[in-house]
Design a protein around this ligand. Sequence first.
Ligand code: OGA
Ligand code: NI
Length: 385
Amino acid sequence: MNHQNKITIKKETTDKNGLNTMSDQDNTKNGIKWPEPTIRVQSLAESNLATVPDRYIKPPSERPDQTIIINHQPKTAAINIPVVDLNSLFSGNEEEKERISEACREFGFFQVINHGVRPELMEAAREAWRSFFNLPVEAKEVYSNSPSTYEGYGSRLGVEKGAILDWNDYYFLHYLPLVLKDLNKWPSLPSNIREVMDEYGEELVKLGEILARVLSSNLGLKEEQLQEAFGGEDVGACMRVNYYPKCPRPELALGLSPHSDPGGITILLPDDKVVGLQVRYGDTWITVNSHPHAFIVNLGDQIQILSNSIYKSSEHRVIVNSQKERVSLAFFYNPKSDIPIQPLQQLVTSTNPPLYPPMSFDEYRLFIRTQGPRGKSYVESHIST
Ligand code: OGA
Ligand code: NI
């Protein structure tokens, strides 16, 4: 059976009502369908609508313009996401290490520069995906995804019928474990995309390992400890490429609703020309102005859980605009998906009892995969009773 047939069958013959909780294997037979026919946001954007369909209109309290009104306190103007020079950190600059530590405690967000990934590779990766999204619809639909694994070309997160959707199309793919890395599920066009993304993934796995060591040491643990808690050699790594088309009514919609990332460490390559990412800080949203050639690092829920809430996963969202489409690459460095994740023993004391019960990442990520982005509600309700 060739790949194309398999995808068609996946869409037509799936019959089970639950997500596959066993593993992240692409399970064609047990996969479930999206609750409604998939509409590509890019197609909507290209049809020159004067407004956005109701499905994309957020209730007034969740619209971005509201928070801009809340946002005017002068103190927030001074807050920006810290920029950390990794090269300097490795030359022994304790100040840089301390800045990461503070950022992790305060908002779970920082940017890294001099991180060792070549700027040309970053550029090539972003541009390859821009070309992919500019392909004709038919070329992309071959990779259309299903909610059983999310791998491939998608346009929603969550399977609730009637949900208000985000103004975004995406592509989701796996790097690790190697059994899940299937280049046939990656686009074949543009012609260099598989090669570029293969190298990109290797480099980002290395960066993920480095960041895990820094975080571990900052938590007062031995450098390898966090990586070991992630499953050692068996960590997971996957990527979500986001495409945010131009939006005729950006004040009514969101590119990506508020959420925290369910996994470990996220390494985001933002669009170098178009802002959009906002981080929650108290009751305000800070727009991230990324430093040239920087990666934006943010902590996911598994780090909050492992650190027993010493580190916080960050709540963030993406706003859209009517002028320019935006492309970002979110690389997720995750724990092995089937091992129990719980607060690390070294971080638990009688006065700081474990806040979270053990749960595997496979199980944990079903929250966002079924119900969609919902702020930090999943990690907050995961607290032990
Ligand atoms: C994500 C995400 C931010 C962005 O994919 O989880 O938060 O800037 N992306 O696209
Ligand atoms: Ni995110």
